[in-house]
Ligand binder design. Structure first.
Ligand code: NAD
Ligand code: HSO
Length: 850
């Protein structure tokens, strides 16, 4: 709070005005033409002769005045319209008795004009205006305020109002009061050395604790520089030797007038003698980010990401829009914090580039907080429409083009990082996928899974109507084999032929994987151990059908099930609105010998296959990729022992990592990246550049942009590509180390001697070697499986293969002589574990062989 409130009566000398603004709030008559800076706290005084109307009063508050001081005659008009916290009542001492309770409760204090300023009078006023601010303006021209009177008024609980005409900066003036003397008059020290503890802060954050003396406070008020009192060295002009000077923005006293707060702008290395911003440790959070951005603006190397952001307003704009959109979509506390941090980073980059500091932003916030007139707060039409299209109606699945459209003109561009410049935390972030937190997804799918588990077919069909948008299914979503033949009008003969070739290649590769003979090993003479494979009897194959129909996935799951010899093969896929499924998927289902087709998608399909319903057969293992709803449901049901079901792996949004050196063809590289980026907005593609010259990176970026724009799913790529990254490395080893940590679903090697580098691969779902092995071939027809672990699970999971549809059983056959060999070992170990029955089962036989 302030010691006294200066009243700007008449035109105030510029030097005095600057000083008064430091110790404000200042009281400005409504009709004054005095210019004061926008962020200085000010009260507007409406005297009896003021001709403003109520709208103009409100306008003054909207423009940033802290309070208006209104005469009693005005009070009826203002009270109830303007918040009480923004109104002071202007009163002559003689009219106190005319103040009604309504008026008293509708203001936050009073400014009393009175010739009599004794403590008893103030005390009686304090009782009447209990808990409110009492300002007093002496009106006896013959008795101007003195330091002693100021002290007395403050001790009585009132804030003196001193006309500027009675104040001066000069020392020893007779007819005027020195500002420093007036300010320091009521200070009381509770310390033996007579000093005042002083908190120094910047932007609301403490920089340190120091001490002030009357002399240092007076000098600070006068010069506007940080001046304190060192307990060892006397008057301490902060920064005098180090250069780390301070501009004082405001000086305040605490409620009992024995300590001070200086709000400063700190220059140089910081406040602390250890060259830190604060004596309480290094900056964190926003101040740290601000400092980092300011130093990057000054010296970020050309080509660094931050430099790119500063130099490329279109990229920065796109990032701000993207992060704002992601924040809007975030749901859990963690997601909201994560996305808000990203948005603030890019927003602050924009501010830094424009020379705007956090303090400027805070000033603007404070200014806005002072507005009395509230705007309706409606969004601009273009955002209202975007919001409507992205919100879910009654929890149903969002329409395909859910997101607000990213800027069509913005370049379609990945983010670039130089691995050697990344901190361990940044590197760890680069390894993460842009998928939702799995706990949050599991919490979302649980009610869907529970509904199907307990509600069977009826619940399932309701969910199909809600989330798969097919409302015509009546009794069951199941179609049983044999499935109808498809005419050439239903299935394009070219497509049929292509499916046949793909089927043959995939079958050849997967048949070769089938384990048909048992493994047999004699570990000791007469002790034969073996292992043989058996098909898993009942399997569920999830074939995605959200943003694209994937008959190829029906082949990739159905062929190994077929060659493994599974008996019940349930193929689930989201139905079309008329309840049918695509003829291409139907044809694949026929080829692979599926026994049933479940016309359902998402979590509800997974739940139906895991638990079974009246008509959906329960399966023992669920296979297949899918979006986050499918993947989360698979993870949920495999943990439920009641379901007794396992899953192949978490196979979520598609991804590819391309390692390229200068021998690469930029157009090929870009095409490979885009081939996975088109799967979904949550797909991520990564280019790991090995010593790629800038012009090659630019050529790849240009190809990504140009090829994407010419492709039909450009809208998806506009969202997935900005979530994707280019990681610059300086060696093949560094590139593979990153790739192995990332554990991509697909790994493509555009390297000089690509085949020799396969030896460096530790983690990947499937590898594509050399410039003529596009990933698309593995997706459709070369023979390998395309259902592969994503999200880093290639560290511990294999892609789907024939053995995924088999389980292994071990057996042993021991002859009498074999038991003589191994039996004593077994009995000894059983004794050691105290399991007598185990030992007995051996010894009882050995005795018969003696
Ligand atoms: N890893 C692999 O091997 C592999 C292979 C092929 C495809 N994929 C991936 O599979 C995914 C396929 O996703 P998709 O969306 O196209 O098809 P999908 O069939 O996996 O999902 C569509 C279904 O999700 C459900 N759903 C969507 N939004 C919902 C919501 N808000 N609430 C409840 N349920 C909702 C609906 O039931 C909808 O029918 C893509 O991410 C693709 O990259 C991965
Ligand atoms: N690339 C996907 C695996 O992530 C599979 C696929 C299906 N169709 C085209 N591609």
């Amino acid at each position: 709070m302030t010691v006294f409130a200066p009243l700007l009566d008449g035109q105030v000398d510029e030097a005095l005005l600057v000083v008064l603004q430091r110790i404000g709030p200042v009281i400005v008559p409504a009709l004054s033409s005095q210019q004061i800076s926008g962020d200085v706290p000010r009260y507007i005084l409406l005297d009896h002769d003021t001709s403003l109307n109520l709208d103009e009063v409100i306008q003054k508050l909207d423009q940033g005045a802290e309070k208006v001081i209104v005469p009693l005659a005005w009070a009826k008009e203002v009270v109830g319209v303007v918040p009480a916290s923004r109104v002071l009542l202007l009163l002559d001492a003689s009219s106190v008795s005319a103040v009604s309770e309504t008026v008293r409760n509708g203001v936050s204090g009073v400014l009393l004009k009175s010739p009599a300023l004794d403590a008893d009078f103030i005390t009686s006023m304090s009782r009447f205006f209990k808990g409110q601010d009492i300002h007093v303006l002496p009106t006896d021209p013959g008795a101007p305020l003195t330091p002693a009177k100021i002290r007395e008024l403050r001790q009585a609980g009132a804030i003196p109002v001193i006309p500027a005409s009675q104040l001066t900066l000069a020392e020893g003036a007779v007819s005027q009061l020195n500002v420093g003397d007036a300010y320091t008059a009521p200070l009381v020290s509770d310390r033996p050395d007579g000093l005042y503890p002083t908190v120094v802060s910047e932007g609301g954050r403490s920089l340190g604790l120091v001490y002030s003396s009357i002399a240092s406070v007076k000098e600070s008020i006068l010069t506007g520089k940080g001046v304190y009192q060192s307990r060892k060295h006397g008057l301490w002009r902060k920064g005098e030797t180090s250069g780390a000077v301070q501009d004082v923005r405001s000086i305040k006293v605490d409620c009992d007038l024995d300590s001070l707060e200086f709000e400063v702008v700190q220059h140089g290395v910081g406040f602390c003698h250890l060259n830190r911003a604060s004596c309480f440790g290094h900056n964190k959070g926003l101040p740290l980010l601000e400092r980092t951005l300011q130093s990057r603006l000054a010296e970020a190397p050309e080509g660094s990401y931050t430099r790119r952001l500063f130099n490329d307003p279109a990229l920065l704009r796109a990032k701000i829009m993207e992060e704002a959109d992601e924040l809007c979509r975030a749901e859990t506390k963690e997601e909201v914090a994560f996305e808000a941090a990203d948005l603030i980073y890019f927003a602050l980059t924009k501010c830094t580039a424009a020379g705007v500091s956090i303090a400027d932003i805070e000033r603007s916030l404070d200014q806005k907080a002072k507005k009395v007139t509230r705007r309706p707060g409606n969004a601009k039409p273009q955002w209202v429409n975007a919001e409507a299209s992205s919100s879910k109606v009654n929890g149903s699945a969002p329409p395909a083009a859910a997101a607000p459209k990213p800027d069509q003109d913005a370049p379609i561009r990945m983010r670039t990082y130089t691995l050697s410049e990344c901190s361990p935390a940044e590197r760890a972030r680069l390894l993460k996928r842009p998928v939702l937190n799995s706990d949050a997804m599991i919490a979302k799918v649980r009610p869907i899974v529970d509904a199907v588990r307990t509600g069977g077919d009826a619940a399932l069909m309701k969910l199909v109507a809600q989330f798969d948008r097919c409302t015509v299914l009546k009794d069951t979503p199941i179609l049983r084999a044999p499935f109808p033949e498809l005419s050439d009008t239903e299935l394009d003969p070219e497509v049929r032929k292509a499916i046949d070739v793909a089927y043959a290649n995939v079958r050849t590769f997967h048949a070769a994987q089938a384990e048909t003979t048992a493994l047999r090993v004699e570990t000791m003479p007469g002790v034969v151990c073996s292992r043989f494979a058996r098909p898993i009897a009942r399997v569920g194959l999830y074939v995605p059908g959200g943003t694209a129909i994937l008959p190829s996935t029906a082949l990739m799951l159905g062929v190994p099930a077929q060659v493994a010899g599974c008996q019940e093969v349930v193929l689930a896929t989201p139905p079309r609105a008329d309840g049918s499924i695509s003829p291409e998927v139907m044809y694949c289902a026929k080829l692979v010998g599926a026994s049933a087709i479940l016309r359902a998608g998402g979590a509800q399909a997974v739940a139906a296959m895991a638990y079974g319903t009246e008509t959906v057969p329960k399966v023992d293992k669920i296979f297949g990729p899918g979006n986050q709803w499918v993947t989360a449901a698979k993870m949920l049901v495999q943990n439920d022992t009641d379901a007794l079901v396992s899953i192949d792996m978490p196979a979520g949004p598609s991804e590819v990592l391309v390692i390229a050196d200068e021998t690469c063809n930029p157009a090929f590289v870009a095409s490979d990246l885009l081939s996975q980026a088109e799967h979904g907005v949550d797909s991520q593609v990564v280019l790991v550049a090995v010593n790629l010259p800038e012009h090659t990176i630019s050529a790849i970026e240009a190809e990504v942009d140009a090829q994407a724009r010419a492709l039909p799913r450009v809208d998806i790529m506009r969202e997935s590509i900005p979530k994707s990254i280019i990681v610059k490395t300086t060696s093949v080893q560094e590139a593979f180390s990153f790739s192995n940590d990332y554990a991509p679903e697909h790994l493509i090697l555009h390297l000089a001697d690509a085949p020799s580098t396969v030896a460096l691969v530790q983690n990947a779902g499937s590898v594509f070697v050399g410039p003529y092995s596009p990933e698309s071939c593995g997706d459709y027809a070369s023979g390998t499986n395309h259902t592969l672990p994503t999200n880093g699970y290639a560290r511990q999971f294999s892609g789907v293969n024939t053995q995924s549809f088999q389980k292994h059983i071990t057996s042993q056959e021991i002859t009498a002589s074999g038991l003589k060999n191994v039996g004593p070992v077994v009995a000894t170990l059983a004794d050691c574990e105290g399991l007598g029955a185990h030992a007995n089962a051996v010894r009882i036989r050995l005795r018969t062989l003696q």
